[in-house]
Write a new protein. Structure first.
Lengths: 293, 468
């Protein structure tokens, strides 16, 4: 039942959204609508290899944007570039501009630690810390200088767990290890952990790929609730998932250059309805109808 | 067993039935052969270890032929007891002190009293006036503040000073148990050949002796093997391990954290890595040379404690526990670094990503998430370092472990000896008693090693449980 209502809200919001369109390097300057994150001609290299080239997308606030595409097309690379997680890979290098509320997060004066706090992330495999459920959530607050009392911290943990729809299941065992939870619960714990640091945007890198269908459904419901407060960008292999939850979809594809190097490029970016019902590019249609990928 | 395969036209490139059976038999035979070979290797290792333990235990207990300067029976009889009913150990504290008073010179007596007093309310060898004077001097002897001697202590003093035993022949444990009469024959033959000098057979007592005993562990070194112990050497070894671990673990773990968590792949870092791996194989005597040149000589003001005091330095030269401990620390550093690196590399990257994605700095992530998970592995490296440090002899000889010392080390600037040094020295003496002492000290060394390792293992298990 809850599912139905949320579905309806999505449709309404999608209808209201009219400003999204395909961006290219030239068009990006002319864009008037301010996305929460905008990339302009972003390219990522791993050493000498160009992993993704010339990505220009505007991610709208309080929307779910899905990144889809075949394996190796650089979806995760794009996602990790949005909060500078790629900096952790020693050989990775990002060119172009990524604006967060208009400010280039790759500018010299920007501290990546601050970027990651504002733009949180949930990973493909649930990765709770080997600590108690409580500590899993409280730690992020503590390292970010949480000044509240113990009661405040407990309140924050409860709030985060409630937002991640996990509170009722774990409220009696907050002291138990995060590993004692099931895979789906662990992933919701990771979402709660990301929420607890009060981010603005949450990046999700195939958050359901390690989960069974029921756990997947719960995460999807959760995403639809969360987008009221957060902007969500999700990488997914599951086309139905993209269609179910996202407002906009970006389709990336692999291009082979003459030397046989695989580089990901943005093929099409549009409202999810448009992408799934009347894609502009033939290759998009081929992909979403399952003819390759 | 044969399995009937259904008839088929051809097996392609696979061997036909007959040939396959032959191959299978050969493979089975090979498998059995290698299993037997590995079992033999294990048996050999266990045998070697058993032999080692057998040898040192065999040497540490057994029958001895003792000649006492004063027979305990005579001493007891002299106090008016029946020697058949009362032994020396049954005497009261006061009687034992009385025996000492009668036997030792006043100079020796005063020295004993200054080490440790006999009575709370009265002095045995010193006069009150002198005692008050020396205790209010700048350097009061330990007896002014230390507790009183206990019964066991005074009993061993009586043994050493009044009975004065001299072991003239010693037997090993197994023959002592199986054929004690042969030892009697051996001693008798010794007298016939004149090997025991001016002693006469009726002076000889044949008795059991445990060379490895509580008294042995509690007594300081001595040139008289009957009363020599290893207390000084044990404390020396413990101090060395503490300083070694205190130096090698923080530095080693720090280096490992840098190399694993921070260092970007580069030629320079590869070079450092290769060098660390090579350093782990450098012979310990080389580290001894380094310790001698750098810590004992070059850094003498520090290692002798001279720069920490205005007046007299705590040690007269750099041959201190501190020098030796840091030398052993350097020796074990590569082992600690390598094992800490392995432990850190084994921590899944997903934990680092998770920490960093929450807006934690790299150091916050390493300290709170990565290190706790790596701690059991780091402690394993520490165990290896302890095991290596406690058995090292060569570098200690070079940095100047004292060959004979009776004072326990009191701090990092003390002169010292260590268990392996003590064993090494005893084995080089010709007298059979010292060989027995060396065997007993080997047991002590193994036990100390086991104790320290057990402590580290318990610590490791506690942390690995907590990390779950």
């Amino acid at each position: 039942m809850t599912n139905d209502t949320t579905e309806r809200t999505v449709t309404k919001e999608t209808q209201q959204t009219t400003h999204v369109g395909t961006l290219d390097a030239k068009g990006a300057t002319a864009v008037t609508t301010a996305g929460v994150i905008e990339t302009q001609s972003m390219s990522v290299y791993y050493g000498p290899f160009l992993a993704v080239d010339d990505i220009s997308v505007s991610f709208a606030a309080n929307h779910i944007t899905a990144l889809i595409g075949p394996s190796g097309c650089g979806k995760s690379t794009v996602l990790r570039s949005l909060n500078r997680m790629n900096d952790l890979i020693p050989t990775a290098r990002t060119e172009g501009i990524v604006r967060y509320h208009g400010e280039n997060i790759y500018a010299d004066h920007v501290d990546p630690v601050e970027v990651r706090r504002t733009i949180g992330m949930v990973f493909q495999k649930p990765n709770p810390f080997p600590k108690s459920i409580f500590e899993n959530i409280a730690w992020g607050a503590k390292v970010n200088g949480f000044k509240g009392s113990k009661a405040n911290l407990e309140g924050l943990v409860q709030e985060a767990l409630e937002a991640a729809a996990l509170w009722d299941e774990v409220k009696d065992k907050l002291k138990e290890s995060g590993y004692s939870l099931s895979g789906g619960q662990q992933q919701r714990l990771c979402i709660a952990r990301a929420i607890a640091t009060k981010p603005d945007v949450i990046l999700m890198d195939e958050p359901c790929s390690a989960l069974d269908p029921i756990a997947t459904l719960r995460i999807e419901e959760l995403m639809l609730q969360l987008k009221e407060q957060y902007s969500i960008i999700i990488v997914t292999h599951n086309m139905q998932q993209a269609a179910r939850v996202s407002d906009e979809t970006a389709f990336l594809n692999v291009k082979l250059d003459d030397k046989g190097m695989r580089t990901g490029r943005l093929v099409e970016f549009n409202k999810t309805d448009e992408i799934f019902t009347s894609p502009k590019e033939e290759v998009t249609e081929d992909y979403i109808t399952g003819r390759f990928g | 067993m044969t399995v009937e395969a259904p008839e088929r036209a051809s097996r392609g490139n696979f061997p036909e039935e007959e040939e396959y059976r032959g191959l299978l038999n050969r493979r089975t035979r090979n498998a059995r052969l290698f299993q037997a070979a590995s079992l033999m290797a294990l048996t050999f290792a266990v045998l070697a270890l058993t032999t080692l333990l057998y040898t040192i235990i065999n040497d540490s207990f057994g029958l001895v032929a003792v000649v006492n300067e004063n027979q305990p029976e005579d001493i007891v009889a002299g106090l008016g007891y029946d020697p058949a009913e009362t032994s020396l150990a049954d005497l009261s504290y006061d009687e034992l002190v009385g025996l000492l008073q009668g036997a030792v010179s006043s100079g020796v007596g005063r020295r004993l009293e200054r080490e440790q007093r006999f009575y709370e309310d009265r002095l045995v060898f010193e006069t009150d006036a002198v005692w008050i004077e020396i205790c209010s001097s700048d350097e009061p002897p330990p007896g002014c503040t230390a507790g009183l001697r206990d019964g066991a202590n005074v009993f061993s003093l009586v043994q050493e000073r009044v009975v004065v035993p001299d072991v003239i022949a010693a037997y090993e444990l197994v023959p002592s148990l199986l054929s004690p009469e042969e030892f009697d024959a051996e001693v008798a033959a010794g007298f016939e050949s004149g090997r025991f000098g001016e002693y006469t057979p009726d002076q000889v007592n044949i008795e059991w002796r445990a060379w490895f005993s509580m008294t042995f562990l509690r007594s300081p070194a001595s040139s008289i093997p009957e009363v020599a112990g290893i207390r000084t050497a044990i404390w020396g070894s413990v101090w060395l391990v503490v300083i070694t671990v205190g130096f090698a673990v923080p530095v080693g773990v720090g280096a490992a954290i840098y190399l694993v968590e921070y260092a970007k792949p580069s030629r320079f870092n590869e070079l450092i890595q290769t060098n660390i791996n090579n350093l782990a194989g450098v012979p310990s005597i080389i580290y001894g040379m380094l310790g001698l040149a750098v810590f004992v000589r070059l850094l003498e003001p520090i290692t002798s404690g001279a720069i920490f005091t205005d007046g007299v330095p705590p040690a007269e030269n750099g041959r201190t526990i501190l020098s030796a401990g840091i030398t052993l620390g350097l020796l074990t550093l590569p082992v600690v670094i390598i094992s800490a690196q392995e432990a850190l590399k084994a921590v899944p990257d997903s934990l680092r990503s998770a920490g960093m994605a929450l807006g934690a700095t790299r150091w916050q992530t390493v300290r709170s998430q990565v290190l706790p998970v790596a701690l059991p592995g780091i402690l394993t490296g520490t165990i290896l370092a302890i095991a290596r440090a406690i058995g090292e002899t060569a570098p200690l000889i070079l940095v100047g472990a004292a060959s004979f010392i009776t004072a326990d080390p009191t701090g990092p600037f003390s002169k010292f000896t260590a268990l392996p040094i003590q064993i090494f020295q005893w084995t080089s003496y010709p007298q059979v008693e010292f060989q027995k002492l060396a065997a007993a000290a080997s047991i002590a060394l193994l036990l100390l090693l086991l104790t320290l390792n057990a402590a580290a293992v318990i610590l490791r298990n506690r942390y690995s449980r907590r990390a779950q």
